[in-house]
Design a protein around this ligand. Structure first.
Ligand code: ES4
Ligand code: ZN
Length: 326
């Protein structure tokens, strides 16, 4: 079969997807209307035109503004459901979705509203779409340790609705150490631990995510190549990197797809996965990431198989489910 058809058809898992980053401009406008929220863009086209980013922060400003239309439980459900339909189209069998409660609780939306809406969509996906979906709660690293602890406290009544915690938002100046105590508490609670590191931040932040936070996977991690000893360690430990190629191009982490280091990371024996990050903002869902990466880096069917297998191996599903999918 031709490679594009193989990439489309092969079963896969997605491990790095911010559900708020799946909010398409059309849905932002529909929810704004439904909730009577005023937007600073006159039309869907004008909003989409604003999706031209120079770095992570220029994206985050628009991403947090987009999330302001989410107020009711149904809004969170409808957003997640729209993504889960795309996931099914892309032959995603399992997805671990990040959500950012502080983006909502800071606007007065109760934690309960967020998690109930998202959980309901995840439960429906399993029965109606055959897509397994879990939630990972992220702490915004530009906010304080105290705010992260408050968020963790608010989440405890819903402990069974999410499988782990992550760390996202602006990396520069917000090192993993800032959340050492929060992550220690989450570890005690038996939560899975992941962290964004080495996207815009230095390789040292990846080392600290491992040593200080005890992160089980590194989100992005592409700057690990700046520290050869770290690359060797990641390969030896089998630590997964959840790489997001289209995101990296849109946020200027690499100039163009030909210049992306994903092929190099694979050659180094790292457990690389491909993910969409914020697909509504970065020009495509998971299969689009696979297609553009394989085209630009001239990857083959063997690489496709490795990446799909890695996605299941690096997931937090049971060993029985892994055996079923791999
Ligand atoms: C994000 Cl690309 C990226 N990096 C860090 N935090 C994020 N939140 C949503 N997308
Ligand atoms: Zn991300």
């Amino acid at each position: 079969a031709r490679l594009p058809e193989l990439l489309q058809a092969m079963p896969k898992a997605e491990l790095h997807m911010h559900i708020e980053g799946s909010l398409e401009p059309e849905l932002i406008f529909a929810l704004a209307q439904r909730n009577g929220v005023a937007l600073s863009y006159p039309s869907v086209e004008d909003l989409r035109k604003a999706y031209a980013f120079t770095d992570l922060q220029s994206f985050l400003d628009i991403y947090y503004a987009g999330a302001s239309v989410l107020l009711k439980e149904d809004d969170f459900h409808d957003m997640a459901w729209a993504y889960l339909l795309k996931a099914q189209e892309d032959n995603i069998r399992h997805t671990e979705l990040f959500f950012d409660p502080q983006t909502h609780t800071d606007r007065g939306v109760p934690f309960e509203v967020v998690i109930k809406g998202l959980s309901r969509a995840c439960a429906r996906a399993k029965t109606e779409l055959g897509v397994s979906a879990s939630l990972i709660m992220c702490f915004l690293r530009h906010l304080s340790e105290e705010s992260a602890f408050e968020t963790l406290q608010a989440s405890l009544p819903y402990r069974e609705h999410f499988i782990g915690v992550g760390l996202d938002s602006g990396e520069r100046g917000n090192p993993p150490e800032k959340f050492a105590r929060v992550f220690a508490k989450c570890r005690e609670l038996g939560l899975h631990l992941v962290a964004h590191a080495g996207e815009e931040g230095p390789a040292a932040y990846i080392v600290d995510a491992l040593d200080v936070l005890h992160a089980e996977r590194i989100d992005h991690g592409v700057r690990c190549v700046e520290d050869p000893a770290l690359v060797e360690r990641l390969a030896k430990q089998g630590t997964a990197l959840t790489v997001c190629p289209l995101s990296n191009i849109k946020l200027c982490v690499f100039d163009k797809m030909d210049a992306h280091n994903l092929g190099h990371l694979l050659e180094q024996g790292l457990k690389v996965t491909i993910n969409s990050d914020d697909p509504a903002y970065f020009g495509g869902y998971l299969n689009q990431n696979f297609l553009e990466t394989f085209e630009a880096l001239d990857l083959d069917a063997q690489a496709a198989y490795t990446l799909a297998r890695n996605s299941f191996e690096a997931s937090f599903v049971s060993e029985a489910d892994k055996a079923r999918w791999i």
